[in-house]
Structure formats: structure tokens, C-alpha cells
Design a protein around this ligand. Sequence first.
Ligand code: SAH
Ligand code: SF4
Length: 354
Amino acid sequence: MSSKNKEDVKPLSGLNLAELEEFVQSAKLPPFRARQIHTWIYDKYASSLEQMTDLPAAVRENLAHNAKVPLLELQQLQVSKDGTRKYLFALPDGQLIESVLMRFADRKTISACVSSQVGCAVGCTFCATGYLKFKRNLTSQEITDQIMAMQRESGLRIANIVFMGQGEPLLNCEEVIKSIHTIIDSVKIGGRHITVSTSGIVPGINRLAQEDLPITLALSLHAPDPQTREQIVPITKKYPLHQLIPSLRNYEKKTKRRLTIEYVMLAGVTDTVEQAKMLADLVRDLHCNVNLIPFNPIQDDQGKDLYERPSRAAQERFKKIVERSGRTVTIRLERGTDIDAACGQLHNKVLNEL
Ligand code: SAH
Ligand code: SF4
């Protein structure tokens, strides 16, 4: 290696083909080298330039002065009893994010949960990421390299992606949309296997509808009545339900895609019989599936326990009432709770432990 600064060495993983073409041009290499590098990164999970053996040795050596493969640096890996793997990654500027790889016993395919921002500005009262506060948006490359980094580390092929890690994807719309194109075209995960989850950012939903991607949009509804929703999802004040629901209908009409309605069950706050009936009324004429998420325990920034998870019986009672709408209702199977990898538990805890 030369004496170049770390910042001058360009990470290539996570770039799309056009960006790799730009890079090889700047490195004064013939255009076909971009396709070769692309194949090594995305099809063969290469983690270094040395592995790219169809590039002449002299070319590889030269490139190593200016470029490297991985963007993210693995800081910590935790493996749950259920096989879930939680990754703590450092970004080039030292900020930390988490990503999760999940295996389900009843499914052959592997799913991964990616982050779209460092922290989150929405500040939902039941979510650990909300307590981290917003730091910055991730680039498309930083989003895409989370998937490649997990594949490189585990050797496993990821089949489904959910944007349910840290951050609000639709407050980082352009980079998220760009990353979805790279995930479809380069990582080769079909749009039908990608889900974007949002707390209800109306302009973002409208923007996504224009893009006409065959992905699933999941709305984190969490409460059918405006008062409760305002309390637990503060962005409701900016984008109230009476604007949000029409934007979902518009999305549905434009994309012809079935939505997912996510609903966190907080004992005594969102799991009453009355709320179940209101939720059933609301989803009756939406083209959607309903996914109930029993609250995963987290603490606030003072270390105080927040909320309680409803009993199994209360969860089932709620589900039965919502099913009267005719919609398919499922209770989310949690993965990795023992390593704080389940929904809403991502908070870069290592920070506190260092
Ligand atoms: N910001 C996006 C996506 C990330 S959160 C969103 O809010 O939709 C992914 C899902 O986990 C959301 O539905 C979120 O509300 C839910 N969630 C957050 N904290 C949780 C917790 N403590 N227990 C259960 N689900 C939680
Ligand atoms: Fe942000 Fe989603 Fe957590 Fe709300 S639930 S604070 S939107 S990451």
C-alpha cells in the first residue's frame, strides 16, 4: 500500500454498475473492467481486490492504491440462540449502525433488516432508535453494503430485505430509492422481496408511488385513533391520519400493490377492544395485510422500562377482532430478542458498554 490517507481509498462495494464504470474510467482502465469488478463484488462476494483473479496482477496492485472492496467495518457480531445475527458496523466517518440477518425455522429463505439513517428524528416513544436522536442519512452505497457485508461475513444468500432497521426510510427518500434500484439490479433481490416500512411520511409515500417499484410498503400505524397515535408516533402531528390514509389509497391505486399495516401492541395503550374494532373498520376497505407486533421491551434514556407487552391471550383476542375485517392478520414472530435484535431494539448498545 502507498502512504495514501484512508479517506482517499475508495470503497467499491455498494456502488451500482454506472458508478463502477465511472470509477474504472477515472482509474484509466477499459470500461469492461467495471463489469468484472461488479461480478466479483455482487456474485462472488469478494472482499478484496486480490481475489479478482481475472484482473491482471499489475492492475490489481495499482488499483489497491486507490480502492478497496468493503465500505463498512464490522465492529461487533452477536449471534442469537435462534440463529439471528446482529451486526454493528462503523461507517467511514465513524458513526455506527446496526443490521440484522434472520433465519426462520419454517422458511428456507433468509431475510435481512437494514438501516437507512444513523438514529431517527421521528422519536416514537416505544422505539430504542428514537432515543438515539437523528445523526445523518445513509447513502445508497452505505445501505447496499450492509447487505453485501452480511453476505460476505456469513456466506449466506439473502432473499428478502426489510427497511426496518434504524431510521425512517422515507425521510431519506432519494438514497433509499437509489439503493432499492441497486439491490434489484446488482444484488439481484427481486422488488417483490423488498419491504419499506414507514412511520407515515406523506410526501415520501407520494414520492415512492411515482417511482413505480414492485416493492411492499408497510405502514407503521400503531393506533387507529388520532389521540393515541399522536402520543406514541409524534410525526402524526405533522402528517395526521386524515392525510395519511388518502396517501395510502393513492399509493395502492397507482402501484396495485397490497400494503402491510404494522401495529405495535402496547398493553393498556394500543391493545383495547375498542381500538381493535376501530382498526378493523380502518383496514376493511384497504388492500392490505395486518401485522401485529407485540412490544419488545426497551428502556428510555434514563434506563426506565417502557410499556408492557400484552399477554398472549390479549394478543389473540385483539387479532380475532381485527380478523372480522376480512383481512389476513398475523402476529409477528420475533427474532433475536436475547441479543436486542428484534424490532425497535436497535440502539448501538456497545456505545454504552465501551
Ligand atoms: N422507521 C420505520 C422502520 C423502522 S422500525 C418505521 O417506523 O416503520 C420497524 C418496525 O418496528 C416499525 O413498525 C416500528 O414501529 C416497530 N417497533 C419499533 N420499536 C418497537 C418495539 N419496541 N417493539 C416492537 N416493535 C417496535
Ligand atoms: Fe424512527 Fe421507526 Fe423507531 Fe419511530 S419506530 S423512532 S420512525 S425507527
